[in-house]
Design a protein around this ligand. Structure first.
Ligand SMILES: [Zn+2]
Length: 99
């Protein structure tokens, strides 16, 4: 397998973080920024960082902000409920140790 330039990956990763930072600042454009960040990650075949995955809905890609989502715990999992598409996302409460 050919080794990818890690420099480029770092650049893309930073850009993704930047897009999410923008999303936080512009609530009206937040969904757009989420879509851009996802596209960028897919283009470079990068996984979205774990902490960013929880910031938007996995079904309709709505950025989670005031009042459009709920967080509950159920069976030792953290459950995010998206009020836009009325779907749930489950995350294990205890994160597996990173390799
Ligand atoms: Zn949703």
């Amino acid at each position: 397998m050919k080794k990818r330039s890690s420099e480029l990956q770092t650049k893309v990763c930073l850009q993704i973080y930047h897009l999410f930072a923008q999303a936080q600042l512009n609530s009206k454009l937040a969904d757009k920024y989420v879509k851009l960040a996802r596209k960028l990650a897919m283009k470079f075949n990068l996984p979205l960082p774990r902490e960013l995955k929880r910031k938007f809905c996995n079904h309709c890609y709505t950025y989670f902000q005031d009042g459009n989502y709920r967080v509950r715990t159920r069976d030792k999992n953290v459950v995010y409920y998206c009020l836009t598409c009325k779907k749930y996302m489950r995350f294990p409460k205890k994160l597996p140790p990173s390799k």
